[in-house]
Design a protein around this ligand. Structure first.
Ligand code: SF4
Length: 250
């Protein structure tokens, strides 16, 4: 039976040692995967690959499982970047697609831009949340790039390690690791520069938080990064359901 990581005495619940959290997760969680959004969460992959190269215990390259959600609406730059990351790190990066029956029904009924009128929840549920739910149902735990500084409204209390309150794993309980929870955007970018990590070229064009092309826009200096996402909706709705527990949803 899986033991919740936060109940294990050796796990440091509040830490900014992101690589240490990844190493701990890879050592203790059997079916574990990194969720890669095609943005600066590439730092997680870089750290995991460093651990694998260093041959840390069970942390070998073959154990690294990385997945990415292909909504069908990403920027061309993001698709190219995902492939760049795949080849740069020589990893088996799994691409998750929406269920085509559900997607066709939505598009047939409401067209390709229903989110501007109806809000993003329905489209995100089909293109992101449902494929993620299917994937997580095969796992014991997942690693995300969430940070507290990404959203004052929805992410400022996320834990470094927690039991996922929104999704189930293959045996019920699902561990969720947010190794960058205590990191700032500046620290992430310092890491990317220091370690020469490949990054999405959209970042250099003012996109700080990158999602689907129709729902993401560049932000101005001093604007908060999440202001570029679903800008037509209020701040408390700026989550796509991948981290539904952040806003109290079950
Ligand atoms: S971010 Fe926009 S296009 Fe992408 S799944 Fe959500 S509503 Fe649909």
């Amino acid at each position: 039976m899986y033991i919740l990581p936060t109940r294990q005495p050796e796990f440091p619940a509040e830490t900014d040692d992101a690589q240490g959290v990844i190493e701990w997760a890879l050592r203790h969680v059997d079916e574990l995967a990194i969720s890669f959004s095609g943005a600066e969460d590439v730092v997680l992959i870089d750290m995991a690959c460093r651990l694998a190269r260093a041959g840390k215990g069970r942390v070998d390259h073959d154990r690294l499982s990385v997945f990415s959600l292909d909504t069908g609406r990403l920027h061309p730059e993001t698709y190219e970047y995902i492939e760049q990351v795949r080849s740069h790190y020589d990893i088996d990066l799994e691409i998750l697609s929406p269920d085509h029956t559900e997607l066709q029904a939505l598009v047939r009924e409401k067209g390709l831009f229903s989110f501007y009128q109806d809000g993003h929840s329905e489209c995100c549920r089909i293109r992101k949340v449902a494929p993620l739910r299917r994937k997580l149902a095969t796992l014991d735990g997942w690693i995300t790039g969430q940070r507290r500084d990404q959203s004052i409204g929805t992410r400022d209390r996320i834990a470094v390690a927690e039991t996922d309150a929104a999704f189930n794993g293959r045996n019920g309980s699902l561990a969720k690791f947010n190794p960058l929870a205590l990191w700032s955007s500046e620290r992430v970018w310092a890491y990317i520069r220091e370690h020469d990590v490949p990054y999405n070229p959209l970042h250099a064009r003012g996109f700080t938080s990158i999602g689907c092309q129709p729902c993401t826009r560049a932000v101005l200096p001093n604007q908060h990064e999440r202001e570029g996402r679903w800008w037509w909706e209020s701040v408390e709705k700026k989550e796509c359901g991948l981290h539904a527990a952040n806003r109290g949803a079950a």
